[in-house]
Design a protein around this ligand. Structure first.
Ligand SMILES: Cc1cc2nc3c(=O)[nH]c(=O)nc-3n(C[C@H](O)[C@H](O)[C@H](O)COP(=O)(O)OP(=O)(O)OC[C@H]3O[C@@H](n4cnc5c(N)ncnc54)[C@H](O)[C@@H]3O)c2cc1C
Ligand SMILES: CSCC(=O)[O-]
Length: 405
């Protein structure tokens, strides 16, 4: 808000680092800020620093297409994404900040018999878990989303769709700002433009502090929530992570009147689309197929996605695209996150959300805060161990992770 006397009121302080904190969160994205918020709010730990090398929300949290849903296959996944969905429902009230959460429905298109089998399996699994998901015929899909082209002449005709009516979108910036303002109000220091460059460990190997671009900070608890850079940060602690980082691109069109009622995703043609409250069509692509820490990608990827969008929604073929961008998504071999302890005492990690972690933001921060506060994982994130890649107890969500992988 603009204040005639103070100018733009600060939503959060810009403190200098203290010499020591009870906990440090590496990464000022939605997951990191949510973790700090819930550490303070639910566990009474307020002497915390969130250390962000750029500006808060400038990573994937501020670059994603904001799709929110919980229609994943395995019970472990259903639990964490549903935990998030329940927190999303009251998040604007919780933060006293309008995160513009809109449950407009997420429609996942089936284009072939494999898609039909896969999505129907998700529908049945979700219903067994008490999660809404329903199978639609092409005509029913078009009734729910009138712009959809269900002509049998399509290169990849639509043969059905899975609809999660509770799915939707939210405003990504507001999520970061809301958690940042709430955490700051409880005494959390958010240190922007400050990069974690290393870790210090005591004689027993436990964490005793972090090196940063603004000097050393002592702490016995560090939570790394660095998304696409997690592998880089954890390597500085001597840990090699089962992650690969890829560019994932998105783009927006010129703003138009409300024309698109829901979210539509298509795995087969690598495209997903919704319309922002400002009127832009928000369009997402699949990942570029090479490992990179660039927040840009190849032009061929959005062009391929726009081909698919124009075939699915011919009325958009003359829309002008305003801008495209990329983020760096950290992908695990089974497309499920890693949230928990590491082999280094005092070092915790929350990563591997790949192309689909925005939807988990409040749930992820909530259970990661529990894990850091108590030194043990919450039952909801307990299955998402780093060790599963050694034991083989994988949680394979490649199908549910959907379009982008
Ligand atoms: C184009 C695109 C579209 C997407 N669409 C969706 C979607 O529709 N739905 C969905 O659920 N998910 C989506 N995602 C994925 C989602 O954005 C991410 O999984 C999620 O936002 C990750 O949140 P985060 O807070 O962990 O990461 P970020 O928001 O990336 O935060 C990590 C932060 O760590 C900081 N950092 C890194 N290294 C250091 C260091 N050494 N020191 C200090 N700070 C450091 C970074 O600067 C960054 O700000 C999409 C991603 C992209 C890129
Ligand atoms: C970028 S894909 C979005 C999702 O996972 O719902």
């Amino acid at each position: 808000a603009f204040n005639a006397h103070q100018g733009w009121e600060r939503q959060w302080r810009t403190p200098e680092p203290k010499a020591a904190y009870d906990a440090v969160i590496v990464g000022g994205g939605g997951h990191g800020l949510a973790t700090a918020y819930y550490l303070a709010k639910e566990h009474g730990i307020t002497n915390i620093a969130v250390i962000e090398k750029g500006w808060l929300g400038g990573g994937n949290t501020g670059r994603n297409t904001t799709i929110i849903r919980s229609n994943y296959l395995y019970e472990e996944s259903e639990a964490i994404y549903e935990h998030a969905m329940k927190l999303w429902a009251g998040l604007s009230q919780e933060l006293n900040y309008n995160v513009m959460y809109s449950q407009r429905g997420v429609l996942m298109l089936a284009h072939n018999s494999h898609d039909v089998q896969s999505f129907k399996r998700h529908v049945y699994a979700n219903r067994l878990a008490g999660i809404d998901n329903e199978w639609l015929t092409p005509d029913e899909a078009k009734e729910f989303c009138p712009p959809l082209n269900i002509s049998p002449d399509l290169r990849y005709p639509i043969v059905g769709a899975a609809l999660q009516r509770r799915g939707g979108v939210a405003r990504h910036d507001a999520v970061a700002w809301g958690f940042a303002r709430g955490a700051d109000a409880m005494g959390v220091d958010i240190l922007q433009n400050c990069e974690v460059t290393g870790f210090r460990r005591d004689a027993g190997g436990a964490i005793e502090g972090v090196e940063t671009s603004k000097g050393y900070i002592a702490t016995r608890r560090v939570g790394v929530v660095a998304a696409g850079h997690t592998s880089v940060v954890m390597a500085r602690a001597g840990l090699r992570m089962p992650l690969e980082s890829f560019p994932l691109q998105a783009l927006v069109s010129e703003p138009v009147k409300p024309v698109f009622p829901c979210v539509v995703m298509s795995n087969a043609v690598h495209a997903y689309i919704s319309q922002s409250d400002k009127g832009e069509l928000v369009i997402g692509a699949g990942t570029d197929q090479y490992i990179s820490y660039s927040q840009q990608g190849g032009l061929h990827v959005p062009i391929h996605t726009l081909d698919a969008i124009c075939e699915l929604f011919p009325q958009f073929s003359r829309m002008r695209m305003l801008r495209s961008w990329g983020g760096i998504v950290d992908v695990t071999p089974d497309r499920s996150p890693i949230i928990g302890k590491t082999p280094i005492p005092g070092l915790y990690v929350n990563c591997g959300w790949g192309t689909g972690g925005f939807k988990a933001t409040p749930g992820s921060g909530n259970v990661f805060a529990w894990t850091i506060a108590k030194g043990e994982p919450h039952p909801i994130n307990a299955p998402f161990t780093l060790d599963r890649f050694r034991t083989g107890r994988l949680i394979d969500e490649a199908a549910a992770a959907a379009v982008a992988h």
